[in-house]
Ligand binder design. Structure first.
Ligand SMILES: [Zn+2]
Length: 473
């Protein structure tokens, strides 16, 4: 399709400029004032044009756990998440659809879905998410969340102390499943990319990391994993490796320019140096980190060391929404309290760059998409400058990041295809979707959790918390 956006406002070095943008097929063909219209003319007057953002870390099936899980630290929260995870492939499909819709309507055009797989239906789980993403029209990386160590391996002293069974699948079987998933669903030409996604060193053997590294090399797949999200995980790294988990991952050859690392909170200066050296990306999920009390990632230090940083929402069980503009706002403002030197703070203009080109750098597509550049693929978002939340006419990017934008996304194109128009999804019947989700729930019942009772006393002991007290459901 060929079209021309007429009179769009775009950010430039010293403020804003009004330009026309020609799109041919899926690419930006020209950007300049006063261009002739090619193809369909689209009125972009009084609208702000930005490149699409990347929701750099999420778990789409957690769509069903929005508003569900009590306030708990990660290690106990996880127990409740596993007790209430969906086991229906259809819900995996709907969760991916919901995640994509929320991402698109908050300025995102790409998602990195660290996807929970339903046991015994691993290929079907991935196929369901891929189907949803293709239907809605978002660009999607699907990193199947895999591990080969038991649940208790995620706790300091867990394997030695807590009763457990070995992980039900061998490392070789897990890798064979991943190979089959790549063959089934990796389709870059359709905007669907499989990435390798070991849960994290706390649940994965070295052999699994090495096998996934090799798979990534064979098919040029991105690599995605959780890294040092909690103090407990840092203690675990000390116990298991006698030191740095980051150094260990580097020695395994897992870190490179295709690697994005969710959270990355408990790193020291030497670790940060390794991320810079290996050109790894950090995905910052500030809202989830606050929800779970995980800590504050040293993002200003990352930026000063030259480490690429992107933003993510994380799954909706630790965010309860999936709003990219909210993730950017909290993820950038949070750091003002970590460094008194205000010259280091993340400006709103820098924040939207991190969310766009930073995000696409993290998925190894920065040369293809992620900025308003001639030749790049058209992943574009128009914001309505007459929307009350973007008024008065001061600085729309400041209002977008520091304000509280409400339904400000007017149009979205992904790979040149329009998927949102007039603030409405063009690819999904929203009323039908909402009714489907509503129909699923029979009421408002708190679930019964069991796994937490097997690990809570142990967790409190290793973390030095008092023995008294009952966790609220
Ligand atoms: Zn996560």
């Amino acid at each position: 399709m060929t079209y021309t956006l007429r009179s769009a406002l775009i950010p430039v070095e010293d403020g804003y400029a009004t330009v026309d943008v020609q799109i041919e097929d899926d690419r930006i063909a020209a950007i300049a004032p006063g261009l002739p219209s090619v193809g369909t003319a689209i009125d972009a007057e009084n609208k702000l044009l930005l490149p699409g953002f990347v929701n750099g870390h999420t778990h789409s099936p957690q769509f069903w756990q929005r508003g569900l899980i009590p306030q708990l630290p990660l290690e106990l929260w996880l127990a409740d998440v596993f007790d209430t995870s969906t086991t229906e492939v259809e819900k995996t499909y709907l969760g991916a659809l919901g995640t994509a819709i929320n991402t698109l309507l908050s300025g995102g055009t790409c998602v990195m879905d660290h996807l929970y797989l339903i046991a015994g239906q691993e290929l079907e789980s991935v196929a369901a998410a891929a189907r949803a993403y293709k239907e809605v029209g978002i660009r999607a990386f699907i990193a199947p969340l895999i591990q080969d160590l038991p649940f208790v391996a995620g706790y300091p002293e867990g394997v030695q102390t807590l009763p457990h069974q070995p992980y039900p699948q061998s490392t070789a079987d897990v890798l064979a499943t991943m190979e089959a998933i790549v063959a089934q669903s990796h389709a870059p030409d359709d905007g669907i990319y499989i990435a390798v996604g070991p849960t994290g060193f706390h649940r994965c053997s070295d052999a699994l990391f090495e096998g996934l590294r090799d798979l990534s090399n064979r098919h040029n797949l991105c690599r995605h994993t959780h890294l040092l999200e909690t103090r407990s995980q840092k203690m675990l790294a000390q116990e298991r490796f006698g030191g740095s988990a980051v150094k260990h991952l580097q020695q395994l050859g897992f870190l490179d320019h295709r690697t994005s690392l969710a959270h990355s909170i408990w790193l020291d200066d030497a670790d940060i140096g390794i991320l810079a050296e290996t050109k790894s990306t950090v995905v910052h999920n500030a809202l989830s980190n606050l929800r779970l009390g995980s800590g504050i990632a040293p993002v200003l230090k990352y930026l000063q060391a030259g480490v690429n940083v992107a933003f993510g929402c994380d799954g909706a069980a630790s965010n309860d929404g999936q709003d990219m503009l909210e993730a950017i706002k909290i993820g950038s403002l949070l750091h003002n309290i970590t460094d008194p030197d205000y010259q280091h703070w993340i400006t709103p203009h820098k924040a939207v760059e991190m969310a766009a080109i930073g995000g696409f750098t993290g998925v190894n597509l920065a040369d293809q998409v992620g900025s308003l550049t001639v030749g790049k693929q058209a992943d574009l978002v128009l914001y309505d400058l007459k929307n009350l939340s973007l008024l008065p006419r001061t600085d729309p990017i400041k209002l977008l990041v520091l304000g509280r934008p409400n339904a400000a996304v007017e149009s979205v194109w992904v790979r040149g295809r329009q998927v949102v128009l007039g603030g409405k999804l063009q690819t999904v019947d929203m009323a039908h979707f909402s009714q489907t989700i509503f129909n699923d729930g029979a009421g408002y019942h708190a679930p019964r959790y069991s796994t937490i009772h097997q690990v809570e006393a142990h967790y409190r002991r290793v973390m030095g918390l008092s023995e008294c007290g009952e966790t609220m459901a």
